[in-house]
Ligand binder design. Structure first.
Ligand code: HEC
Length: 127
């Protein structure tokens, strides 16, 4: 009896795992998913001459400059969206006065925020 319970637990765990694989395998792409969001919602301020760049040093024109971060250091921690400053800001988890995109009444759509989170959690790759 005990073994049967253990066995069905095991079978359940394995089938969960197998079901989860396709979801995990769907890679978010920097080029086709993330870069367009940055272009539409961030770049106007985060490039030389823009408010965000002048205030923080964060230049979002390229993958390399994005990963370099602000003058104080990186804003993305690959594999960890929860502690990544950039994600905290777009989610408004830091102080609401510095929610990004800065000064815009709304925020990014949930779809866009989820894409950015997933991209960071998948390692923030230059893909
Ligand atoms: C209207 C201008 C503007 C837009 C659009 C904008 N930002 Fe910013 N951003 C700023 C300003 C200004 C600061 C400096 C804020 C401060 O330090 O008080 C900043 C700072 C930041 C920082 C650094 C915070 C720190 O640690 O100092 C990050 C990360 C950031 N922005 C991400 C984004 C992202 C992601 C987007 C697009 C979704 C975005 N910003 C859109 C103006 C903007």
């Amino acid at each position: 009896m005990k073994n049967q319970i253990l066995l069905s637990g095991f079978v359940l765990a394995v089938s969960f795992f197998v079901m989860a694989i396709p979801a995990l395998a769907q890679d978010v792409s920097y080029k086709s998913d993330i870069s367009p969001i940055i272009h539409d919602y961030c770049l106007s301020c985060h490039q030389p001459g823009g408010k965000g760049y002048e205030a923080s040093g964060l230049d979002m024109r390229t993958y390399q400059s994005l990963m370099k971060g602000t003058k104080f250091g990186s804003v993305i921690k690959p594999g960890d969206s929860f502690t990544s400053i950039l994600i905290q800001l777009v989610e408004g988890r830091a102080h609401s006065s510095i929610k990004m995109p800065f000064g815009m009444s709304g925020s990014l759509s949930k779809t866009n925020i989820d894409l950015m989170k997933k991209w960071v959690d998948q390692g923030a790759k230059d893909n």
